[in-house]
Design a binder for this molecule. Structure first.
Ligand code: NDP
Length: 401
């Protein structure tokens, strides 16, 4: 019987997911794209019809409302819901999936709108309910989290007896020509990078000031870049699932212009997430800033350059020390040519489609709530090669550290 797929969220990532599902329509069957603003869904559907020749349906949804989601799910009866709206909607959508008995996938863990804190606690707490309803949730199926978790699982399976340290490296060397813009949702992006840094060593979390630790890493096909230590959500699950791990850190590159703008905006209070009174109205500074900044979905046609995201893993195999670097390089312009989106949306949307494909094909199926590294990495790594995100692996005798 033909499958039905529901995608929620018609932003930069939603565009890529919808394109890629349409390009794999023998697996995804009838596809519906639902979001807050219908005209964004319609415009994506038109582009897909024109470029891929596949018709997808569209509808509006307020994904903050579980009752409205339940109503939609009951009328559409999808086999899977791919959540690429915002992290604020993770719990409402998961709850509706539990009520309707539908598999769930997302790319970012739950964030409470009033606290700049993201963690898996609330989503993991739904494991029992997912098991009881005989359904599955796959959390964090983007690039980071997502592919980075799969890279770690792949290194663990094929290259190590024990992994001792992991450094996750995220370099976006793309240039959109604006003095300041974010490559994905501005609010989520700025909350992430302005928060305190954190890494995990010998069983405990070590907190740093925002951007306190900088290290230069050499990214193949890009070159050396200043990279800053941030907290990133995949570390929370990887410390549970990677054997023998002693330390895990996450680094992201930022250009000087980005950092200077961010510091100024922070200094004047524009990154605040609490209400302020303005001319008798309550506004949240960060939300107002997001309104002013370019829509990430509009950066596609003007972004040039490459992304390189990967993991450095060091550990022991057959009693000997070794280092393995697994990475993926994407070209912003090539991504735009294929699906009308820049590389950051592309590298997130393709893994979301692949995770959903493996679930629908029964290759990744377990009842309950799971992170990516809890599954066999091989089928995912094979799909990356053929779905637009080919990866490379280097074995090194000594690391850059
Ligand atoms: P955008 O802001 O471009 O898109 C989000 C979309 O969700 C918009 O179309 C928005 O609608 C819709 N939306 C927001 N709130 C609601 C709601 N209450 N009901 C229905 N629809 C809603 O974000 P991105 O596409 O850049 O990012 C999407 C997700 O991907 C985010 O969760 C982000 O954190 C995640 N991400 C994950 C990455 C990874 O590697 N794992 C990397 C990058 C992003 P409207 O247009 O009407 O506002």
């Amino acid at each position: 019987m033909s499958k039905k797929t529901l995608i929620i969220g018609a932003g930069g990532v939603g565009n890529v997911v919808a394109f890629k599902c349409a390009m794999n329509s023998e697996t995804f069957g009838e596809i519906t794209l639902a979001s807050r603003t219908l005209k964004k869904c319609d415009s994506i559907a038109k582009n897909i019809k024109d470029k891929v020749g596949v018709k997808i349906d569209t509808t509006t949804i307020d994904a903050d409302s579980t009752p409205k989601l339940i109503e939609l799910f009951k009328s559409l009866k999808p086999n899977i819901v791919i959540n690429v709206a915002l992290p604020y909607q993770d719990l409402t959508i998961m709850d509706a999936c539990i009520v309707c008995g539908i598999d769930y996938l997302d790319t970012a863990n739950y964030e409470h709108p009033d606290t700049a804190k993201f963690e898996y606690k609330e989503q993991w707490a739904k494991d029992e309910a997912f098991k009881k309803e005989n359904i599955m949730a796959l959390l964090g199926s983007g690039f980071d989290p997502g592919v980075t978790n799969v890279f770690c699982a792949y290194a663990q399976k094929h290259y190590f007896d024990e992994i001792h340290t992991i450094d996750i490296l995220d370099c976006n060397a793309g240039d959109h020509g604006y003095p300041f813009a974010t490559n994905f949702n501005p609010e989520i992006n700025l909350r992430e990078v302005s928060a305190k840094g954190r890494y995990w060593e010998n069983g405990s979390w070590i907190e740093t000031e925002p951007m306190e630790i900088m290290q230069v890493w050499d990214y193949p096909e890009i070159g050396e870049k200043d990279s800053y230590l941030l907290y990133h959500e995949e570390m929370e699950s990887l410390i549970k699932h990677i054997k023998g791990l002693k330390r895990i850190r996450f680094f992201m590159t930022f250009g000087e212009s980005y950092l200077t703008h961010m510091k100024c905006l922070e200094n004047v209070g524009m990154l605040g997430i609490k209400d302020v009174e303005h001319k008798g109205q309550k506004i949240v500074p960060m939300e107002f800033l997001a309104t002013l900044l370019p829509d990430p979905a509009s950066l596609g046609s003007r972004t040039k350059g490459k992304t390189n995201i990967g993991i450095y893993a060091k550990g022991i195999k057959d009693g000997k020390e070794k280092t393995v670097y697994i990475y993926q390089v994407s070209d912003h312009e090539k991504c735009y040519e294929e699906v009308l989106s820049q590389g950051v949306s592309y590298t997130t949307g393709v893994p979301a489609m692949i995770g959903a494909k493996l679930m629908l094909e029964g290759k990744w199926q377990k009842k309950g709530v799971y992170n990516m590294e809890e599954f066999d990495p091989d089928p995912f790594m094979e799909e990356l090669m053929v779905q637009g995100l080919p990866w490379k692996i280097e074995e090194k005798s000594n690391s850059q550290e």
